[in-house]
Design a protein around this ligand. Structure first.
Ligand code: PMV
Length: 326
Protein backbone atom coordinates (compact mmCIF):
# COMPACT_ATOMS: atom_id res chain seq x y z
CA UNK A 1 0.00 0.00 0.00
CA UNK A 2 1.07 3.63 -0.50
CA UNK A 3 3.46 5.45 1.79
CA UNK A 4 2.08 8.94 2.55
CA UNK A 5 3.58 11.94 4.37
CA UNK A 6 1.70 14.95 5.74
CA UNK A 7 2.74 18.15 7.50
CA UNK A 8 0.72 20.22 9.98
CA UNK A 9 1.24 23.14 12.32
CA UNK A 10 0.32 23.37 15.98
CA UNK A 11 -2.24 26.03 16.84
CA UNK A 12 -2.59 28.54 19.64
CA UNK A 13 -6.13 29.04 20.93
CA UNK A 14 -7.34 32.56 21.76
CA UNK A 15 -10.52 31.03 23.20
CA UNK A 16 -9.66 27.69 24.80
CA UNK A 17 -11.10 24.22 24.77
CA UNK A 18 -11.08 22.99 28.37
CA UNK A 19 -13.68 20.40 29.38
CA UNK A 20 -15.66 17.88 27.36
CA UNK A 21 -19.33 17.01 27.25
CA UNK A 22 -18.49 13.68 25.58
CA UNK A 23 -15.15 12.05 26.42
CA UNK A 24 -15.48 9.29 23.79
CA UNK A 25 -16.08 11.67 20.91
CA UNK A 26 -14.17 14.66 22.32
CA UNK A 27 -17.16 16.98 22.07
CA UNK A 28 -16.13 20.25 23.72
CA UNK A 29 -18.04 22.07 26.46
CA UNK A 30 -17.52 25.35 24.57
CA UNK A 31 -16.49 26.64 21.13
CA UNK A 32 -12.81 27.54 20.68
CA UNK A 33 -10.86 29.66 18.23
CA UNK A 34 -7.19 29.46 17.27
CA UNK A 35 -4.45 30.41 14.84
CA UNK A 36 -2.11 27.87 13.23
CA UNK A 37 1.57 28.56 13.95
CA UNK A 38 3.27 28.53 10.55
CA UNK A 39 6.84 28.55 11.88
CA UNK A 40 6.39 25.26 13.81
CA UNK A 41 5.79 22.07 11.85
CA UNK A 42 5.19 18.38 12.54
CA UNK A 43 5.78 15.91 9.71
CA UNK A 44 4.35 12.37 9.80
CA UNK A 45 4.80 9.44 7.40
CA UNK A 46 2.43 6.46 7.43
CA UNK A 47 2.53 3.16 5.59
CA UNK A 48 0.22 0.18 6.17
CA UNK A 49 2.31 -2.98 5.78
CA UNK A 50 1.08 -6.52 5.13
CA UNK A 51 4.11 -8.07 6.87
CA UNK A 52 3.77 -6.32 10.28
CA UNK A 53 1.95 -7.88 13.23
CA UNK A 54 1.87 -4.68 15.37
CA UNK A 55 1.81 -0.93 14.74
CA UNK A 56 5.32 0.53 14.96
CA UNK A 57 5.37 4.22 15.95
CA UNK A 58 8.49 6.37 16.15
CA UNK A 59 8.16 9.93 17.49
CA UNK A 60 11.19 12.23 17.42
CA UNK A 61 13.52 9.25 16.81
CA UNK A 62 12.22 7.26 19.83
CA UNK A 63 9.79 4.31 19.73
CA UNK A 64 6.48 5.46 21.25
CA UNK A 65 5.32 3.52 24.33
CA UNK A 66 2.53 3.65 26.94
CA UNK A 67 -0.23 6.23 26.52
CA UNK A 68 1.43 7.98 23.55
CA UNK A 69 1.53 4.70 21.60
CA UNK A 70 -2.00 3.75 22.68
CA UNK A 71 -3.41 7.06 21.38
CA UNK A 72 -1.74 6.62 17.97
CA UNK A 73 -2.89 2.98 17.72
CA UNK A 74 -6.46 4.02 18.62
CA UNK A 75 -6.34 6.61 15.84
CA UNK A 76 -4.98 4.07 13.36
CA UNK A 77 -7.85 1.76 14.41
CA UNK A 78 -10.37 4.53 13.58
CA UNK A 79 -8.71 4.95 10.19
CA UNK A 80 -8.61 1.18 9.56
CA UNK A 81 -12.33 0.98 10.39
CA UNK A 82 -13.12 3.82 7.95
CA UNK A 83 -10.99 2.28 5.18
CA UNK A 84 -11.99 -1.32 5.95
CA UNK A 85 -8.34 -2.45 6.07
CA UNK A 86 -6.56 -4.78 8.51
CA UNK A 87 -2.86 -4.06 7.99
CA UNK A 88 -0.71 -2.73 10.84
CA UNK A 89 1.14 0.52 10.20
CA UNK A 90 4.62 1.96 10.30
CA UNK A 91 4.41 5.57 11.55
CA UNK A 92 7.31 8.01 11.89
CA UNK A 93 6.67 11.53 13.18
CA UNK A 94 9.01 14.45 13.79
CA UNK A 95 8.26 17.68 15.65
CA UNK A 96 10.26 20.73 14.65
CA UNK A 97 9.73 22.16 18.14
CA UNK A 98 9.84 20.92 21.77
CA UNK A 99 7.01 18.42 22.41
CA UNK A 100 4.98 18.21 25.62
CA UNK A 101 5.56 21.77 26.79
CA UNK A 102 2.14 23.19 26.00
CA UNK A 103 3.19 23.91 22.41
CA UNK A 104 0.33 21.69 21.21
CA UNK A 105 2.45 18.99 19.57
CA UNK A 106 -0.52 16.62 19.85
CA UNK A 107 -2.64 18.96 17.71
CA UNK A 108 -0.11 19.11 14.87
CA UNK A 109 0.76 15.42 15.25
CA UNK A 110 -2.82 14.15 15.09
CA UNK A 111 -3.76 16.52 12.24
CA UNK A 112 -0.80 15.22 10.21
CA UNK A 113 -1.51 11.60 11.22
CA UNK A 114 -5.18 11.95 10.18
CA UNK A 115 -4.28 13.10 6.66
CA UNK A 116 -1.33 10.72 6.15
CA UNK A 117 -3.14 7.66 7.55
CA UNK A 118 -6.42 8.20 5.68
CA UNK A 119 -4.60 8.71 2.36
CA UNK A 120 -2.37 5.70 3.05
CA UNK A 121 -5.56 3.70 3.65
CA UNK A 122 -6.89 4.79 0.27
CA UNK A 123 -9.42 7.31 1.66
CA UNK A 124 -9.90 10.89 0.49
CA UNK A 125 -11.78 12.80 3.21
CA UNK A 126 -12.91 16.39 2.75
CA UNK A 127 -11.70 19.07 5.19
CA UNK A 128 -14.68 18.81 7.57
CA UNK A 129 -14.46 15.00 7.74
CA UNK A 130 -10.70 15.16 8.33
CA UNK A 131 -11.18 17.75 11.09
CA UNK A 132 -13.88 15.57 12.70
CA UNK A 133 -11.54 12.55 12.58
CA UNK A 134 -8.59 14.53 14.05
CA UNK A 135 -10.92 15.74 16.86
CA UNK A 136 -11.48 12.15 17.98
CA UNK A 137 -7.74 11.78 18.72
CA UNK A 138 -7.17 15.18 20.32
CA UNK A 139 -9.81 17.89 20.40
CA UNK A 140 -7.50 20.75 19.48
CA UNK A 141 -6.11 18.76 16.50
CA UNK A 142 -9.33 19.48 14.61
CA UNK A 143 -8.28 23.16 14.50
CA UNK A 144 -4.93 22.33 12.83
CA UNK A 145 -6.73 20.88 9.78
CA UNK A 146 -8.02 24.08 8.10
CA UNK A 147 -5.61 26.94 7.34
CA UNK A 148 -5.18 30.20 9.26
CA UNK A 149 -7.67 31.26 11.95
CA UNK A 150 -10.05 28.41 12.83
CA UNK A 151 -13.26 28.12 14.85
CA UNK A 152 -14.24 24.77 16.35
CA UNK A 153 -17.88 24.50 17.40
CA UNK A 154 -20.68 21.94 17.33
CA UNK A 155 -22.34 19.68 19.87
CA UNK A 156 -22.69 16.38 18.00
CA UNK A 157 -20.23 14.14 16.18
CA UNK A 158 -21.50 15.39 12.80
CA UNK A 159 -21.50 19.09 13.64
CA UNK A 160 -18.30 19.19 15.74
CA UNK A 161 -15.34 20.20 13.55
CA UNK A 162 -13.22 23.27 12.82
CA UNK A 163 -13.62 25.66 9.92
CA UNK A 164 -11.61 28.61 8.76
CA UNK A 165 -12.81 32.06 9.85
CA UNK A 166 -9.91 33.89 8.14
CA UNK A 167 -7.04 32.73 5.90
CA UNK A 168 -3.40 33.02 7.06
CA UNK A 169 -2.75 36.12 4.94
CA UNK A 170 -5.71 37.98 6.45
CA UNK A 171 -3.68 39.25 9.40
CA UNK A 172 0.02 38.95 10.14
CA UNK A 173 -0.45 38.53 13.88
CA UNK A 174 2.65 37.26 15.71
CA UNK A 175 2.87 34.73 18.51
CA UNK A 176 6.20 35.15 20.29
CA UNK A 177 6.54 32.21 22.69
CA UNK A 178 8.62 32.53 25.85
CA UNK A 179 9.83 28.97 26.54
CA UNK A 180 10.46 28.62 30.28
CA UNK A 181 10.56 24.82 30.44
CA UNK A 182 11.36 21.90 28.13
CA UNK A 183 10.07 19.32 30.62
CA UNK A 184 7.36 16.92 29.51
CA UNK A 185 4.26 17.86 31.49
CA UNK A 186 3.30 15.48 34.29
CA UNK A 187 -0.47 15.59 33.62
CA UNK A 188 -1.71 15.84 30.06
CA UNK A 189 -4.88 17.48 28.80
CA UNK A 190 -6.71 14.13 28.63
CA UNK A 191 -7.04 14.03 32.44
CA UNK A 192 -7.34 17.80 32.69
CA UNK A 193 -10.50 17.86 30.56
CA UNK A 194 -11.95 15.10 32.74
CA UNK A 195 -11.26 16.97 35.98
CA UNK A 196 -12.34 20.42 34.74
CA UNK A 197 -16.03 20.13 35.79
CA UNK A 198 -14.95 19.56 39.42
CA UNK A 199 -13.78 23.18 39.63
CA UNK A 200 -16.25 25.62 41.23
CA UNK A 201 -15.20 28.07 38.50
CA UNK A 202 -15.94 25.73 35.57
CA UNK A 203 -19.54 26.75 34.86
CA UNK A 204 -18.66 30.44 35.20
CA UNK A 205 -15.87 30.15 32.63
CA UNK A 206 -18.03 28.27 30.14
CA UNK A 207 -20.77 30.90 30.59
CA UNK A 208 -18.24 33.69 29.93
CA UNK A 209 -17.04 32.19 26.62
CA UNK A 210 -19.70 33.53 24.16
CA UNK A 211 -18.96 37.21 24.90
CA UNK A 212 -15.18 36.63 24.85
CA UNK A 213 -15.48 34.67 21.60
CA UNK A 214 -17.42 37.58 20.03
CA UNK A 215 -14.61 39.98 20.99
CA UNK A 216 -11.94 37.66 19.58
CA UNK A 217 -13.85 37.16 16.32
CA UNK A 218 -14.40 40.91 15.96
CA UNK A 219 -10.72 41.55 16.69
CA UNK A 220 -9.66 39.06 13.99
CA UNK A 221 -12.12 40.50 11.45
CA UNK A 222 -10.91 44.04 12.12
CA UNK A 223 -7.26 43.00 12.61
CA UNK A 224 -7.40 44.78 15.96
CA UNK A 225 -5.14 43.42 18.71
CA UNK A 226 -6.69 45.72 21.31
CA UNK A 227 -10.11 44.17 20.67
CA UNK A 228 -9.03 40.51 20.71
CA UNK A 229 -6.11 40.67 23.17
CA UNK A 230 -7.99 41.46 26.41
CA UNK A 231 -10.54 38.70 25.68
CA UNK A 232 -7.78 36.18 24.91
CA UNK A 233 -5.96 37.06 28.16
CA UNK A 234 -9.14 36.77 30.19
CA UNK A 235 -10.00 33.35 28.77
CA UNK A 236 -6.45 32.00 29.26
CA UNK A 237 -6.49 33.12 32.91
CA UNK A 238 -10.03 31.75 33.38
CA UNK A 239 -8.92 28.37 31.98
CA UNK A 240 -5.89 28.28 34.29
CA UNK A 241 -8.12 29.27 37.24
CA UNK A 242 -10.30 26.24 36.40
CA UNK A 243 -7.19 24.04 36.14
CA UNK A 244 -5.85 25.25 39.49
CA UNK A 245 -9.16 24.77 41.31
CA UNK A 246 -10.20 21.38 39.89
CA UNK A 247 -9.87 18.12 41.86
CA UNK A 248 -7.06 17.17 41.54
CA UNK A 249 -5.76 20.64 40.81
CA UNK A 250 -3.32 21.42 38.02
CA UNK A 251 -0.71 24.12 38.46
CA UNK A 252 1.20 24.34 35.19
CA UNK A 253 2.95 27.62 36.00
CA UNK A 254 6.65 27.92 36.76
CA UNK A 255 8.20 30.88 38.57
CA UNK A 256 9.33 32.29 35.22
CA UNK A 257 5.75 32.06 33.92
CA UNK A 258 4.73 34.71 36.44
CA UNK A 259 7.80 36.80 35.56
CA UNK A 260 6.70 36.84 31.91
CA UNK A 261 3.01 37.55 32.66
CA UNK A 262 3.97 40.52 34.84
CA UNK A 263 6.47 41.80 32.28
CA UNK A 264 3.85 41.67 29.49
CA UNK A 265 1.47 43.80 31.53
CA UNK A 266 4.25 46.25 32.51
CA UNK A 267 5.39 46.59 28.86
CA UNK A 268 1.80 47.17 27.78
CA UNK A 269 1.48 49.94 30.35
CA UNK A 270 4.58 51.50 28.73
CA UNK A 271 2.90 51.46 25.31
CA UNK A 272 3.94 48.13 23.71
CA UNK A 273 0.89 46.44 22.13
CA UNK A 274 1.20 42.95 23.56
CA UNK A 275 -1.15 40.39 25.14
CA UNK A 276 -0.51 36.93 26.53
CA UNK A 277 -2.16 33.54 26.37
CA UNK A 278 -1.08 30.10 27.61
CA UNK A 279 -1.95 26.46 26.95
CA UNK A 280 -1.61 23.46 29.29
CA UNK A 281 1.99 24.20 30.17
CA UNK A 282 4.25 26.86 31.67
CA UNK A 283 5.25 28.64 28.45
CA UNK A 284 3.76 32.03 27.64
CA UNK A 285 2.52 32.99 24.17
CA UNK A 286 2.83 36.73 23.55
CA UNK A 287 0.57 38.11 20.83
CA UNK A 288 1.85 41.21 19.06
CA UNK A 289 2.22 43.11 15.81
CA UNK A 290 5.04 41.98 13.44
CA UNK A 291 6.58 45.47 13.68
CA UNK A 292 7.04 44.99 17.43
CA UNK A 293 7.90 41.28 17.39
CA UNK A 294 11.69 41.67 17.44
CA UNK A 295 11.47 44.15 20.34
CA UNK A 296 9.20 41.70 22.22
CA UNK A 297 11.63 38.86 21.48
CA UNK A 298 14.63 40.90 22.69
CA UNK A 299 12.88 41.85 25.94
CA UNK A 300 11.69 38.26 26.58
CA UNK A 301 15.23 36.90 26.11
CA UNK A 302 16.46 39.31 28.82
CA UNK A 303 14.00 37.98 31.43
CA UNK A 304 15.28 35.60 34.08
CA UNK A 305 14.12 32.02 33.49
CA UNK A 306 13.32 32.43 29.77
CA UNK A 307 15.25 29.59 28.06
CA UNK A 308 14.35 30.32 24.47
CA UNK A 309 11.98 32.37 22.35
CA UNK A 310 10.09 31.07 19.30
CA UNK A 311 8.22 33.37 16.96
CA UNK A 312 5.49 32.54 14.47
CA UNK A 313 2.91 34.13 12.23
CA UNK A 314 -0.26 32.43 10.94
CA UNK A 315 0.18 29.10 9.15
CA UNK A 316 -1.59 26.95 6.58
CA UNK A 317 -3.61 23.80 7.12
CA UNK A 318 -2.61 20.15 7.03
CA UNK A 319 -1.15 19.12 3.66
CA UNK A 320 0.64 16.32 1.83
CA UNK A 321 4.43 16.63 1.38
CA UNK A 322 6.75 14.63 -0.83
CA UNK A 323 9.70 13.89 1.48
CA UNK A 324 8.97 10.69 3.41
CA UNK A 325 10.61 10.13 6.82
CA UNK A 326 11.47 6.48 6.05
O1 PMV B 1 -6.63 18.86 22.41
P1 PMV B 1 -6.22 18.63 23.81
O2 PMV B 1 -6.97 17.55 24.46
O3 PMV B 1 -4.72 18.47 23.92
O4 PMV B 1 -6.58 19.94 24.65
C1 PMV B 1 -6.04 21.21 24.38
C2 PMV B 1 -6.20 22.11 25.52
C3 PMV B 1 -5.54 23.48 25.42
O5 PMV B 1 -4.41 23.45 24.58
C4 PMV B 1 -5.10 23.86 26.82
C5 PMV B 1 -6.52 24.53 24.95
C6 PMV B 1 -6.79 24.58 23.47
O6 PMV B 1 -7.93 24.92 23.12
O7 PMV B 1 -5.89 24.34 22.65
Amino acid sequence: MAKVTAAAHPNIAFIKYWGRVDPELNLAANPSLSMNLGALTTVTTVEFCADQSVDVVIIDNEPATGQALARVVAHLDRTRALGAIQHRAHVVSRNGFPAGTGLASSAAGFAALSLAATRAAGLNLDEAALSRLARMASGSACRSVPAGFCLWEGDSHESSFARQVAPPDHWDLRDVVAVVSYKHKAVGSYDGHKWAPTSPLYAARVAAVPALLDAVQKGIQERCLDTMGPAAETDALAMHAVMMTSQPGLLYWAAATVTVLQAVRAWRAEGLRIYFTMDAGPNVHCLCDPLEASEVERRLRDLEGVLDVLSSGPGGGVRLVEDHLF
